[in-house]
Design a protein around this ligand. Structure first.
Ligand code: ZN
Length: 339
């Protein structure tokens, strides 16, 4: 079950943001006017942004088209304008005694050396490191601690699938860090696309493990519709419409399906590591509470979402611990069968 809950939370963050699409901060006409003026002039008061300077003739190539990096500059300009307009507006609101507002689905957070949400970036990268550690320890366990079949392959039937899972997980947390570091269209799309890819793959893996599907034919039958759906959804988000609300619905559907599978399995299974899975499930309760009782950042850095990221660290550790135990359990069952 571990993965299901784990993915559930991943969806929740990518997509709960989506449900809160119209944040009150960015609906504020004063803020909107500030961003518009900043994008046109490249300045807020005395502060000017070099990424908002598009008039440089050197930026136009010999065949008269804008180079692709100008697109990047526009995103960075918009990001800078939004940040400084948000800070100016929030200072003003604070002086008037108002509570903080969310802007573009995020609480106002202090930047550190251009990094927009340092706490979330650090915790995303730590989660990536935890996945790397979990994957390496799984690799060592399979290759050095457990016996091999006579054909020199591991007994555990899902070894290759977990290697691929580790890649999707690390990729997803890498782009989560990038997105929290700089919230622009490019990083947001990569973050959500990577999360959808991870969730799709995790659902496939859940079905394979829960139903103990070992033949290639059965695996292909499960993989084909799930991968086709996930790829279509990613293409839709990136090339047709980046619709947060629709992405939320799709992600929730994938997660609920997966969560149900793991929860039923852990409930009926006599797996020796079922308590590890229960720990992952129960460990997810505080994460869910954080989603409901969303609060603005303390000291300008630590908001509910940052703490949600922190809860991912022990869950990741427990999850890979389950994977190692499952590998050991299946290996011992198969070795005993051969005797
Ligand atoms: Zn996040």
């Amino acid at each position: 079950m571990g993965r299901s809950c784990f993915v559930l939370y991943l969806t929740a963050f990518c997509c709960l943001f989506g449900l809160l699409r119209g944040s009150p901060g960015d609906a504020d006409p004063i803020y909107q006017g500030c961003v518009l003026q900043c994008e046109e002039t490249g300045c807020i008061g005395d502060k000017c942004f070099r990424n908002c300077n598009f008039s440089d003739p050197k930026n136009v190539s010999w065949y008269g088209q804008e180079p692709h990096y100008l697109e990047w500059k526009k995103w960075v300009c918009q990001s800078d304008c939004r940040y400084y307009c948000m800070i100016a507006r929030e200072d003003e609101r604070q002086r008037l005694g108002y509570k903080p507002h969310k802007y573009h689905r995020k609480w106002p957070s202090k930047h550190v050396h251009g990094i927009q949400e340092p706490a979330a970036v650090l915790l995303s990268l730590l989660t990536l490191a935890m996945h790397f550690h979990g994957w390496i320890s799984f690799l060592i366990h399979v290759n050095y601690n457990l016996p091999f079949r006579p054909n020199k392959k591991p007994y555990y039937e899902y070894t290759g699938l977990w290697h691929v899972y580790a890649f999707f997980a690390m990729n997803s947390w890498l782009w989560s860090g990038a997105f929290h570091s700089r919230d622009i269209e490019f990083t947001e799309k990569l973050d959500c696309s990577s999360a959808v890819a991870l969730m799709g793959y995790a659902l496939f893996l859940a079905i394979i493990r829960v139903f103990s599907l070992r033949t290639e034919a059965a695996r292909v039958i499960v993989a084909a519709p799930i991968f086709a759906f996930a790829i279509t959804h990613i293409l839709y988000l990136n090339f047709y419409e980046f619709d947060h609300r629709w992405n939320t619905i799709v992600s929730m559907l994938i997660d609920v399906t997966q969560a149900t599978l793991w929860c039923v399995w852990v409930g009926v299974s006599r797996h020796p590591s079922r308590w590890t899975l229960w720990a992952v499930i129960l460990g997810g309760v505080p994460a869910t509470i954080l989603m409901i009782y969303d609060f603005p950042p303390y000291w300008g850095f630590v908001d509910a979402h940052a703490i949600w990221h922190a809860t991912m660290l022990p869950l990741t550790y427990l999850w890979w611990s389950f994977v190692r135990d499952d590998c050991e359990f299946r290996t011992s069952v198969l070795v005993n069968k051969e005797k």
